[in-house]
Design a protein around this ligand. Structure first.
Ligand code: IMP
Ligand code: MG
Length: 174
């Protein structure tokens, strides 16, 4: 499957640093729980937390979304749950990409029932043209068109997560 570069590593790094600074300013003197959604957001989250100058705990959520490779069905199952309670904590859910919005909508609703002090969403990417459920993204990296993105943690059939930049999967031969 050929790929075409879309957003280079330097541009990603600058944007992620900006998001980290914004988060730092929004929670002065507070402790945060950063919750990356596995696996796609692992690289974004790893870089983001290095730009958050606060008391930060990390806890992971693993999800399985039923549907085919490129299409979300909206039925989301939590396969790995948080290891600690988030009751009374300030939580930031970290996603790689908000596509239809179904995954984040489900996870937001699920985490909200656990009574965190606050709950916000950070997403590296957003595809607004595909929205089925509107979700609030408090910290957004980049808006993208309706194309399939890989790299910097995002996969196509588990491949390309290790690309240090964001790319588009193309149908072209060669
Ligand atoms: P949603 O539930 O439709 O918003 O889809 C969210 C999930 O689908 C993301 O967390 C990704 O794992 C996956 N996804 C959606 N679009 C893309 C893409 O362009 N590249 C890689 N994964 C994607
Ligand atoms: Mg994925």
């Amino acid at each position: 499957m050929p790929t075409k570069p879309l957003i280079d590593a330097g541009t990603i790094a600058r944007r992620v640093a900006e998001l980290g600074r914004a988060i730092t300013e929004d929670y002065p003197g507070q402790a945060l729980v950063v919750v990356p959604v596995l696996k796609g957001s692992y690289m974004f989250a790893a870089d983001l937390v290095r730009h958050i100058d606060l008391d930060v705990a990390i806890d992971f959520l693993g999800v399985r979304s039923y549907g085919n490779q490129q299409e979300s069905s909206g039925v989301v199952q939590i396969t790995t749950d948080l290891s600690h309670s988030i009751e009374g904590k300030h939580v930031i859910l970290v996603e790689d990409i908000v596509d239809t919005g179904l995954t984040v909508a489900y996870l937001h609703q699920n985490l909200a029932t656990r009574q965190p002090a606050s709950l916000k969403v950070a997403s590296l990417l957003h595809k607004p043209s595909r929205t089925r459920v509107p979700v609030r993204i408090d910290y957004l990296g980049f808006t993208v068109d309706d194309v399939f993105i890989v790299g910097y943690g995002l996969d196509f059939a588990q491949k390309f997560r290790n690309l240090p930049y964001l790319a588009v999967v193309t149908d072209d031969e060669a």
